[in-house]
Design a protein. Structure first.
Length: 159
């Protein structure tokens, strides 16, 4: 599964939970459990997107751990809604299955795409450092060749 496919999948999961919570009975128990479910289920997609923008492998792993934890917590609240008699299990079976699959999502995420993004960022940073170094060398070379007029003014060498 590609990162974009998983982004869509986690968003779709969040939307399904939003619809479910909106349809819950207006009892206090249902409302409290529904809010807990809503928070963790929508967090799954948000944290997966954050993981896609991770700055390091450790950052990626930490954010994916949050995705797994929130998906697992979603399963807990869905099961609680059933066991408390708020919903019939047939209404949440597909959502529980999806949340369980998302809990195991780390193994389905292509590490190569994450690694290549991190390599591209490192490469860009190294290129910037190299460019800065080249500019510093150019200035130093011009300073040595007498094209440096003063400490504040730089004249370009004649071509």
């Amino acid at each position: 599964m590609t990162p974009d496919q998983l982004k869509n999948r986690t968003k779709h999961f969040s939307l399904r939970v939003i619809r479910l919570v909106d349809a819950l009975p207006k009892r206090k128990t249902a409302m409290v459990i529904g809010m807990q479910l809503l928070r963790c289920a929508t967090s799954v997609g948000a944290n997966y997107r954050a993981a896609c923008r991770a700055q390091s492998k450790a950052d990626f792993a930490a954010k994916m751990s949050i995705v797994e934890t929130e998906a697992d917590e979603s399963v807990f609240w869905l099961e609680l809604l059933v066991e408390a008699g708020v919903l019939k299990d047939t209404l949440v079976t597909a959502l529980i299955a999806e949340a369980n699959e998302l809990t195991a999502s780390r193994s389905s995420i292509p590490q190569n795409s994450q690694n290549s993004r991190l390599q591209n960022r490192k490469s860009t940073a190294l290129n910037r450092q190299s460019t800065i170094h080249n500019h510093q060398s150019t200035i130093a070379n011009h300073h040595g060749s007498g094209t440096w007029c003063s400490a504040r003014t730089f004249t370009f060498p004649e071509v």
